[in-house]
Design a protein around this ligand. Structure first.
Ligand code: ADP
Ligand code: MG
Length: 256
């Protein structure tokens, strides 16, 4: 049974096809790696999937939702159970680490912070509950985030910013979690720790789609790998099938 079913997804920017008839079936509980050279459409896929960009065509079905979710708004998609991290997201620097996780569940734009804070439940019990949820999500990373919960977010290392992003995405209790380059800026030891963290999230029942350039990370983490080039799926299968496939090698050689 697919938790996510993507059919003929297409996104143009002017004359450029960033996604060109992309199809993907994801089974519940899978960890799927998405690879491909720079500009192959990986981030665009996440953007279209989460309603950040409007697709030009295609269909997206999510388990338990009768209708195509393609035209839904970002906040609706989050509440239906798809949550994500961004490739280059910066935290709200003047909010604390904990506040960043709390607010992240409610908004994605700087302009929206204030209204998001206003929308937070006013009652003490509800506030405590949300705080508890945030601390629980943060505790996935041991004391790396919880130990800094009251510090302003600008004091976080790159690695901790990536962890913050994930904690924030978990607040909405997603069925499907989308991670866009979660180990950017991490050293090899931190990346391997991130493999363990994501495996733990997955074990708790979350299906994971992860974009990453680090092939060792993909190999250790993913059940299945999908390779994109020019907005199309060129190969999918096990890590070794995909990584050594002539079309994948050619796609990377052509650009890097
Ligand atoms: P990847 O994440 O695989 O590196 P992207 O999905 O970011 O690739 O980009 C795919 C293609 O779409 C690239 O050619 C990129 O320049 C183009 N693109 C992405 N976003 C935009 C945008 N907002 N406006 C115009 N072109 C874009
Ligand atoms: Mg990208």
């Amino acid at each position: 049974m697919s938790v996510l079913s993507v059919r003929s997804l297409t996104k143009h920017f002017g004359g450029l096809s960033a996604l060109d008839g992309f199809d993907l079936e994801v089974e519940r509980g899978e960890i799927v790696g998405i690879i491909g050279p720079n500009g192959s459409g990986k981030t665009t896929f996440f953007n279209v999937l989460t309603g950040v960009y409007q697709a030009n065509g295609g269909h997206i079905y999510l388990e338990g939702v009768p209708d195509d979710i393609l035209r839904r708004k970002t906040h609706e998609i989050i509440s239906l159970g798809i949550s994500r991290t961004f490739q280059n997201q910066r935290p709200f620097n003047n909010l604390s680490v904990l506040e960043n996780v709390i607010v992240g569940g409610h908004c994605r734009t700087r302009a929206g912070i204030f209204s998001a804070l206003l929308r937070l439940p006013a009652g003490r019990r509800e506030r405590d509950w949300i705080r508890g949820q945030a601390l629980e999500a943060m505790s996935l990373f041991g004391d790396r985030l919880t130990g800094m919960k009251d510090m302003p977010a600008w004091t976080l290392s790159y690695a901790n910013r990536r962890r913050l992003e994930i904690a924030r995405a978990l607040i909405s209790r997603p069925k499907v979690l989308l991670l866009d380059e979660p180990t950017a800026g991490m050293n090899p030891a931190e990346s391997m720790q991130m493999v363990k963290n994501i495996l733990e999230i997955n074990k708790a029942g979350v299906t994971v789609l992860v974009i990453e350039h680090d092939m060792n990370f993909i190999k250790k983490l993913c059940h299945r790998v999908v390779a994109l080039d020019y907005g199309q799926k060129i190969v999918e299968g096990s890590f070794s099938e995909v990584r050594n496939h002539p079309r994948v090698i050619e796609a990377y050689l052509g650009k890097e």
